[in-house]
Ligand binder design. Structure first.
Ligand code: FCB
Length: 414
């Protein structure tokens, strides 16, 4: 029986990012991770895109989230690569011809090498250069209604400016704050530019939200740290969209308030949800903080060691509903070679989504990460997120049982 709770125009999709499928000779990440020197074209999606887009039809999705690889479009500061622009336009056209809604991410972690070297995000000039790219996209690409400006701006900040594990590889909190302000300024400017051209556009970021919990509930320090982490990681960006002020709280210190020009600059809110993280106080760790995944609910850990915790999806959706804009689950998925585990993960998370809809939370889409196996940041090619398995030697794609299950799920809920 068709579900009455899912709206008719609910977006059932899969999500990918360009770099993770196709690499790029001009991107900062290419030289960042040694594994890419062995497999620079990753799945060769840049040439096999037609074959991969045909899989979307096979699945029966009505939406596809993918990203534009800025470094292919602007490989050098003064060079626009028209063949790359027409390549992405062709993808959009194929989707539209097949009644699949394109959801385009403008920035998904990677940058042209020249940009990150000369104008990294903490430099004010980054804004001008990013906005030139946005202008170019808006004049050249046609037919897109759903836009995601930045994928996981906080992950970019934590990786690039605090942990130093992602380009530009810095560990500097002052520069992190400058970078954050510039990135959010770009979001706001891009939001305006997109709407000037497409008044009915739907624009958001995709925010990574995790369920965060104290390691030991009886331990007041674990509880305090988990509250502070939750406030920063899940809530502060959301609240900044409501107020124009980003507040970062610290234990035993005054909070920091930063003005950011993003108040109400959202048409929907993209939530990427994967897991729960337990937090404990450990004086021997950086900032006294230790993070762990533990299999508490009995749903198991993924191949990447992440805890499967479907209830957390309900929790983050409930919090995000404060924004009073429609929510879209822009990513949710599991790294595993075990098809049954993938199927159970998907079922349990779609059930959690269904319970959220029943409680009146306005969710308008679900995008499974990912269509095919791909390169996982700093983990290489072993994290098998795909509904289709890729043999990285022959480049052959083969459906997992989870692909058939997803098609069934979509049919039974539509
Ligand atoms: C998310 C990223 C995405 C992918 C998944 C597994 O945080 O947005 O690119 O790597 O994790």
């Amino acid at each position: 029986m068709p579900s009455l709770i899912f709206p008719d125009d609910f977006l059932w999709g899969v999500a990918t990012s360009a770099f993770q499928l196709e690499g790029s000779p001009y991107a900062d990440w290419t030289s960042w991770d040694a594994i890419l020197s062995e497999k620079p074209e990753v799945t060769s999606h840049y040439t096999l895109y037609k074959e991969d887009l045909a899989l979307l039809k096979e699945l029966g999705v009505n939406a596809y989230r993918f990203s534009l690889e800025w470094s292919r479009i602007q490989p050098r500061q003064n060079v626009w690569e028209h063949s790359a622009l027409s390549h992405y336009q062709e993808i959009i056209d194929i989707l539209l011809d097949n009644h699949i809604q394109p959801v385009v991410t403008l920035h998904h972690f990677t940058h042209p090498l020249w940009f990150i070297k000369k104008y990294p995000w903490h430099e004010e000039a980054s804004i001008e250069h990013f906005m030139r790219y946005i202008e170019k996209i808006l004049t050249e690409l046609k037919g897109v209604r759903y836009w995601i400006t930045f994928n996981e701006p906080y992950v970019l900040l934590l990786g690039g400016y605090l942990e130093g594990c992602m380009p530009p590889g810095l560990r500097n909190a002052d520069l992190a704050i400058k970078a954050l302000r510039n990135i959010l300024t770009c979001h706001s400017m891009a939001y305006e530019k997109i709407h000037e051209r497409y008044p009915d556009a739907m624009v958001s970021v995709a925010h990574n939200m995790a369920a965060l919990a104290p390691w030991k509930r009886w331990n007041p320090m674990d509880r305090l740290l988990s509250r502070v982490a939750k406030h920063f990681y899940n809530h502060s960006l959301l609240n900044a969209f409501l107020t124009g002020k980003l507040t970062i709280k610290f234990p035993f210190r005054k909070a920091l308030g930063i003005d950011v020009p993003i108040k109400d600059k959202l048409d929907f809110f993209g939530v990427n949800y994967y897991t729960r993280i337990h937090i404990r106080f450990n004086p021997f760790k950086k900032m006294g903080l230790e993070l762990r995944h533990r299999d508490i609910g009995g749903y198991g850990l993924t191949d990447m060691g992440w805890e499967v915790h479907p209830y957390g999806l309900e929790k983050v959706l409930r919090y995000a509903s404060r924004l009073k804009v429609p929510l879209i689950i822009t990513e949710n998925g599991i790294a595993t070679r075990d098809d049954q585990k993938k199927i159970k993960f998907m079922k349990r998370h779609v059930d959690a989504l269904e319970r959220s809809l029943e409680k009146g939370i306005d969710v308008r889409g679900y995008f499974y990460w990912s269509l095919i196996d791909n390169y996982e940041w700093l983990q290489g090619l072993d994290a098998r997120f795909g509904l289709y398995r890729v043999d990285f030697n022959t480049l052959k794609r083969r459906p997992t049982n989870a692909a058939a299950y997803y098609s069934y799920l979509i049919r039974s809920r539509s």
